[in-house]
Design a binder for this molecule. Structure first.
Ligand SMILES: [Zn+2]
Ligand SMILES: [Zn+2]
Length: 656
């Protein structure tokens, strides 16, 4: 997070609340009828609310324009310098991964993901701020993507059209990316990127400017995941992508250990390695262990079976299809993303479906209960996902009932724990038989999930295979990256050879492989709504303030000359209090408004009057409710000619 200057912060607060200092002068002439709280107290309460909203938005490291001034970076001056700038992926649980690799006049961008976990009103996801990219726009030669998960690809449709360059990746990864661009076309982002499929089996090496890129097969939880070898004039980089070292993955395509070892033997300057599970001891179990669990449940269930999983985990879907075929059941896929990812996987040969196994979702109700399996999304309790809609009776084709079996093949992702629990409650009320990975021992089944990420022993193995000169833990918050460093030290690395960077760090290497920290690049999160438009941090704060305390609009129609109200003040509230239960309070407020208008309107200018009105109403409402809603005063001034202050001001004379 970028530290903020206290002064600047205060000024922002003031500007935002429109409580500028001159506006907050004591107004002796406005009578404040026997209020017990003083005005300062009311203003401070409002400011506290603002600070709370401020913190809630800052928690997501929202990039504001003023961050640009805090950045202290200069372009590369020495043409023999390798520069590495992570622009995302180093907070939280390692979301919105993006990293710039720059040498002389060329740069590539490794991964370009978004963060779906942002919990702010009207915000769909966050992408990394691209201000740094703007400064190296002319250098960007390509995007190299490790795998098709959205925390590595989700920002591409919002970044590539502005900074166009080819996208490089494995077949499945490129397939996922092209589909994403197709999906956002509905929002008017009409852009078909140039893409380059890279074959991992042939060890294709592609030259992009001074960089030579090679993709290596690595096991994760999506087909065709890759690690990257990036050869640069300053030395070799190895980026693991997201990985685990499962010796027996279901697709029988284990990580390319031989190539990783060979790369290590040839010498690696810097290992960039993911840190997601660096706090877990031992190894992630092999995925094979799950097949028996599915088979067992399928054999013992007499009713319909629903399996909730992540839509991109094809090995898992393959297991379910295998278990279904074995049990003589048909499989229906539910959810739009589920369908298109499965179609892509079948087309590319990553998913094998025996003929006649799959039925369309609309046909599912016609299949006998003991012959149906539905594969769906929503195991995390995501709102509007298929399982959630089925559990509340909002699904087009299916309503869950007693006798159904639901298998949730995942553990809750950090941040989803409450929803995970809630969907469990909803399913329990319906009387379905539920099997979930975290409660497998009491549910009476074997393991139903393995993580796609390496545990500590696998991290150690990776470091020992690569034996890099430097290690930069990536894809994780500060704590997980620190745990990763501990593993590296255990593996024999020196502590000061492990780089704990943050989003915006500028790390440079000279041609001798010496490392330098070279300032700060502007970095942070840019919030995006469901139409693909940017939501400025201040707008998100406004929404939070309104959602916490509600909103009050007071509308006055005032005679320009006398300052008298021409009609009774209109008061509109939303999310504040129920007006009909509070008529006394509202009558009192109207009386205050009348008095304020008659005493102050003719004495100060309109802006000042509005500010005083706001302070006064804020104080009155705080006195009676202890709340500080968002206040919007609307003053309609009617002069002798009937002119209203709402009318646009005349265009100033341009000097004729
Ligand atoms: Zn991943
Ligand atoms: Zn990831």
């Amino acid at each position: 997070m970028q530290p903020k200057e206290p002064e600047e912060r205060r000024e922002k607060v003031n500007k935002y609340q429109n409580n500028s200092r001159q506006g907050a002068q004591p107004q002796k002439r406005v009578q404040i009828s026997q209020m017990k709280t003083n005005r300062g107290e009311a203003i401070r309460a409002g400011r506290r609310n603002f600070d709370t909203a401020d913190k809630a938005v800052d928690r997501w490291d929202v990039f504001e324009k003023h961050h640009e001034h805090e950045a202290s970076f200069a372009p590369i001056t020495n043409n023999e310098t390798l520069r590495i700038v992570p622009l995302g992926g180093l907070t939280g649980i390692g979301e919105k991964n993006m990293m710039v690799i720059e040498y002389g006049d060329d740069a590539i961008i490794v991964d370009c993901g978004f963060d779906l976990s942002v919990d702010l009103p009207g915000v769909n996801f966050a992408i990394p701020a691209t201000t740094y990219l703007e400064s190296i726009k002319h250098k960007i030669r390509g995007y190299v993507i490790t795998h098709g998960h959205m925390d590595h690809t989700g920002a591409l449709p919002y970044v590539v059209p502005t900074y166009p360059a080819p996208i490089y990746g494995s077949h499945f990864t490129i397939g996922m990316i092209l589909k994403q661009f197709e999906n956002v076309a509905e929002n008017g982002i009409d852009f078909i990127p140039e893409t380059v499929n890279m074959n991992m089996e042939n060890h294709d090496r592609i030259v992009i400017g001074p960089f030579t890129i090679e993709l290596l097969r690595i096991t994760h939880s999506i087909p065709d995941a890759s690690a990257l070898i990036i050869d640069t004039p300053a030395g070799r980089l190895l980026n693991t992508g997201d990985f685990r070292l499962d010796p027996e993955p279901l697709d029988q395509q284990p990580s390319d250990i031989a190539r990783i070892k060979k790369a290590g033997d040839d010498g690696v300057l810097l290992l960039l390695s993911e840190s997601t599970n660096a706090r877990f001891p031992g190894r992630t179990p092999t995925e094979h262990t799950l097949q028996k669990s599915f088979d067992d449940i399928f054999q013992q269930s007499n009713g319909r079976i629903f399996v909730a999983i992540f839509s991109t985990n094809m090995n898992r879907i393959q297991m379910i299809i295998n278990a279904a075929a074995e049990a003589g059941r048909k499989v229906a896929f539910d959810g739009r993303s589920m369908m298109w990812v499965a179609e892509l996987a079948v087309r590319l040969g990553n998913l094998k479906i025996p003929k006649g196994t799959v039925v369309a979702m609309r046909e599912a109700p016609n299949v006998k209960d003991d012959q149906l399996v539905v594969v769906c999304t929503g195991g995390q309790g995501e709102p509007n996902a298929a399982l959630q809609r089925m559990s509340v009776g909002e699904h087009k084709h299916i309503k869950l009932k007693e006798g159904d079996t639901v298998i949730v093949s995942s553990s809750p992702i950090p941040g989803n724990e409450v929803r995970y629990q809630q969907i469990g409650n909803d399913l329990a009320i319906l009387g379905v038989t539920l099997f979930r990975h975290p409660s497998r021992d009491v549910d009476g089944c074997g393991p139903l999930h393995v993580s796609g990420h390496a545990n500590r022993d696998e991290h150690k193995e990776m470091i020992e295979m690569v034996r890099p000169k430097w290690l930069m833990p990536i894809h994780g918050g500060a704590l997980d990256r620190k745990y990763h460093r501990d593993v590296a030290i255990e593996a024999g690395m020196e502590r000061d050879k492990v780089i704990l960077a943050h989003s915006g760090s500028i790390i440079e290497f000279d041609k001798e492989g010496k490392m330098f920290e070279a300032g700060e690049a502007p970095a942070g999160a840019v919030l995006v709504d469901q139409t693909g438009a940017i939501v400025p941090g201040l707008v998100a704060k406004d929404r939070l303030l309104m959602s916490e305390e509600g909103m009050v609009v007071v509308m006055l129609t005032i005679d320009k000359k006398t300052g008298r109200l021409l009609t009774s003040p209109d008061i509109i509230t939303r999310g504040f209090i129920y007006i009909r239960d509070n008529t006394e309070l509202m009558d009192g407020l109207r009386a205050e408004l009348k008095r304020a208008a008659s005493q102050r309107f003719t004495r100060v200018d309109l802006d000042r009057f509005k500010q005083e009105l706001k302070d006064h109403v804020g104080h009155y409402l705080y006195e009676h409710t202890r709340r500080s809603p968002v206040l919007i005063p609307v003053v309609n001034v009617v002069g002798a000619s009937g002119q209203s202050s709402f009318k646009p001001k005349p265009v100033p004379d341009t000097g004729r």
